[in-house]
Structures are given as C-alpha cells and as structure tokens.
Design a protein around this ligand. Sequence first.
Ligand SMILES: CC(C)(COP(=O)(O)OP(=O)(O)OC[C@H]1O[C@@H](n2cnc3c(N)ncnc32)[C@H](O)[C@@H]1OP(=O)(O)O)[C@@H](O)C(=O)NCCC(=O)NCCS
Length: 157
Amino acid sequence: MSLTIRCFRPADLETLRRITVEGFDGIAIDQHVEEKFGVQAGRDWRWRKARHVDEDVAANPAGVFVAEEDGKVLGWISTRVDHETKKGRVPNLAVDAAARGRGLGRKLIEHALDYFRREGMAFAVIETMVNNPVGQHLYPSCGFAEVGRQIHYAVKL
Ligand SMILES: CC(C)(COP(=O)(O)OP(=O)(O)OC[C@H]1O[C@@H](n2cnc3c(N)ncnc32)[C@H](O)[C@@H]1OP(=O)(O)O)[C@@H](O)C(=O)NCCC(=O)NCCS
C-alpha cells in the first residue's frame, strides 16, 4: 500500500465533502448553533460544513492537499496564505474515520507546513474545539503552541 499526499483535483470534491461532514459531527460550530436554535434557512449543519470544502477549494485550490492510498482518498487539508502578513492558516483538516490513528493527519499538517514555508510564510495557525481532544494532542505535537482560547456565541434573530 502506498500513501501519497498530492494536490487537490476537482474529482475529489464529493469525497472530501463526505469525509468532512462525517468527521465534524459533534465539533462543527453550525451543529452547535442548530442544536440550540434548530435548522436555519432550510440549510442544516451538514450542508453548511460541506460548503466549507467548496469555499476552501475556491479560495486557494493550490493549497488543498489530499491523502490518497491505492487510489482511495482518505483525508485532506486546506490552507490559506496571506503574503502581506506572512501568516499561513489551516481552515479544515479531516481524515476518514477508517484511516485515523495511522499518522495521516500529521502527514497532512507537515505537508501544509512545507507548503507555507515554500510560500514564504513566517508562521502558521490552526484552531480546534475544546471538545476535540485529538486536535489538542496533535497540533502541539506538530509544533504548534497555544496562543489563545475563544468562545463562540450565537443569537436568534
Ligand atoms: C484530527 C484528525 C484529522 C487526525 O487524523 P489522524 O489521521 O487520526 O491523525 P494522526 O494519526 O496523525 O494523529 C492522531 C493523534 O491523535 C492521538 N489521539 C487519538 N485519539 C485521541 C484522543 N481521544 N485524545 C488525545 N489524543 C488522541 C493519536 O494517538 C495520535 O497521536 P500520536 O501520533 O502522538 O500517537 C482526525 O481525527 C479527524 O478527521 N477528526 C475529525 C475532524 C477533525 O477533528 N478535524 C480537525 C478539526 S480541528
């Protein structure tokens, strides 16, 4: 079995949407909003989370990387680069549940960090939810230092 990290292709989109929606069950902000206020505008949190994939791909297609093994897409990471501030950002990262715990998440992060370096970024940021223990373990072990905590609020209009 050979694992590769490669650039995104449009044919990956549906699989990335599926992996992301499945992976973010329980940690998606829009899911928490929905639990409090119900489905808004006829668009549930799954639809909203899947749209993040589309947004990431549209915003920086050259910075979307996919983990593939024997022709099967198992995970992905998205990035943004800001050449003015030299800040690289990882908006989304997900690995298929069946392929977790094998180092794919770490490899995807390392690939994104190498991409940021090539793009001349000076530092990189990533976020995780307080109820996501994997992120809180994985990101520091990839060299990220905690710099702050945020609280998400929502109000029904
Ligand atoms: C986060 C995610 C991408 C990691 O992918 P992965 O391929 O399993 O990652 P890796 O195998 O490289 O590393 C996972 C690490 O978390 C650790 N881990 C697993 N479950 C854990 C838990 N409950 N608590 C703490 N650490 C945990 C593993 O031991 C491993 O650490 P190690 O390399 O030091 O042994 C994957 O879990 C996922 O898609 N989760 C759902 C979506 C998500 O949370 N995305 C990130 C949002 S911030």
